[in-house]
Write a protein that binds this ligand. Structure first.
Ligand code: ADP
Ligand code: MG
Length: 395
């Protein structure tokens, strides 16, 4: 359904393939603390290895700001990848230069090497022509499996595929485009979007782009208070973007005009006088001047769960409370569990919502959990992703 050329469509046997992956994993010293991002690209690597490509893998890790920084080396990732593949992964210790070329020259069909953190060079994030050319010179085929960085126009996501053809999507990239794409092109109705998180300003384009497609919006989290304020409810000290209330009001009016349900919290868990250990559940929508909303209340939870149960498609982006604090995590946990039990197609996007689903051990019960936080948000907001644009269309 994604209309991009994929790694399955191209001939890679004996060829050097530059494969951009998202191995931006959390490290614990010299160990990979969580290898889920690496495992997400194993299907693509399996195709390349089975079909006897000579595989040059490239990724960034953290934010080294254009210079080498030993604690952000991909060396531990190469070690973990050696274990996952059951075959030695060569690690030349840089992403360009003689050592890299020599390692590449020694690669036999079906063998894999991993370049050092791309962001050790300024040229990566600047999409510098010379840096991109040096990377491009390593390969005859380009594959991008790093959906999580597809919203960035960097050397490895845009500069290299401009210079190396064929330029194809990896299987993870393909799956992301397919699953997220279906939400925009052909969602089974009723389509329920649960939107939370901290700020309305982060999600305005998302709400606008979803408006024609979604039947029910369930709004929670910090951003709910800007909508509640716009609807003339007192929100106390809750997170509020005063300068967005006019826009929030316009969005609610548009939803009403278009016959959409736009559901705001009708009760809350609130902290008192700014102290996390003093809190209460409100009786109704109103919040006192010295209180701040930190989670949706029991009636809201019930309402959200009911809507999720009758949906055929559910998108969830943004926790509905400060779920990092145990006492304020109830709403987010109940939403996560309702999605896990739902018969609907369930798609999760957003770094913190995915972390929440993992914390509540329900991530594997979703139809799709996006690996791209910012990239997923931009895609669903209707913004085209440079790293996807750079790939060739399927014939
Ligand atoms: P995602 O990464 O899933 O897109 P966001 O980054 O938009 O989500 O928002 C996540 C953050 O929102 C979390 O750190 C959470 O604590 C915060 N949050 C949720 N509800 C509230 C609230 N009522 N008040 C303050 N912060 C909130
Ligand atoms: Mg976030």
């Amino acid at each position: 359904m994604s209309n991009k050329l994929t790694v399955r469509d191209i001939d890679v046997a004996g060829k050097c393939v530059f494969c951009r992956v998202d191995f931006n994993v959390p490290l614990d010293g010299q160990r990979v603390a969580d290898d889920s991002r690496m495992r997400a690209s194993m299907p693509t690597l399996a195709v390349l290895v089975e079909r006897k490509a000579r595989v040059v893998l490239a990724s960034h890790l953290g934010r080294p700001k254009g210079k080498p920084s030993p604690e952000l080396s991909l060396r531990p990732v190469a070690a973990r990848l050696t274990e996952l593949l059951g075959a030695e992964v060569a690690f030349p210790g840089d992403s360009i230069g003689d050592a890299v070329r020599e390692t590449r020259d020694r690669l036999r069909p079906g063998e894999v090497m991993l370049l050092e953190n791309l962001r050790f060079h300024r040229g990566e994030e600047a999409n510098d022509a010379e840096f991109a050319q040096q990377l491009a010179a390593l390969a005859e085929v380009y594959v991008n499996d790093a959906f999580g960085t597809a919203h960035r126009a960097h050397a490895s996501t845009v500069g290299v595929p401009e210079r190396v053809k064929p330029a194809a999507a990896g299987l993870l990239m393909e799956r992301e485009l397919e699953q997220l794409g279906k939400l925009l092109s052909d969602p089974a109705s009723p389509f329920v979007a649960i939107l939370g998180g901290a700020k309305v300003s982060d999600k305005i384009e998302l709400i606008q782009n979803l408006m024609p497609r979604v039947d029910v919006f369930l709004i929670g989290g910090g951003m709910a208070y800007t909508f509640l304020k716009a609807a003339m409810h007192p929100v106390g000290r809750s997170l509020l973007e005063e300068d967005r209330t006019t826009l929030a009001k316009a969005l609610m009016e548009r939803a009403r005009r278009d016959g959409k349900d736009f559901v705001l919290p009708m009760d809350h868990v609130v902290t008192i006088d700014g102290a996390d250990d003093r809190y209460r559940t409100t009786d109704n929508v109103d919040i006192m001047a010295n209180e701040a909303g930190v989670d949706i209340g029991p009636r809201t939870i019930e309402q959200f769960v009911r809507r999720i149960r009758s949906a055929r498609t559910v998108l969830w982006n943004g926790p509905v409370g400060r779920f990092e604090v145990e006492t304020f995590s109830n709403g987010t946990r109940r939403v996560a569990e309702a999605l896990a039990e739902a018969s609907a197609i369930t798609v999760l996007g957003g770094g913190d919502s995915v972390a929440a689903a993992q914390q509540f051990r329900v991530a594997d019960r979703m139809t799709h959990v996006s690996t791209g936080g910012g990239a997923a948000l931009e895609f669903l907001s209707g913004i085209s992703l440079p790293g996807v644009e750079a790939l060739q269309d399927a014939p």
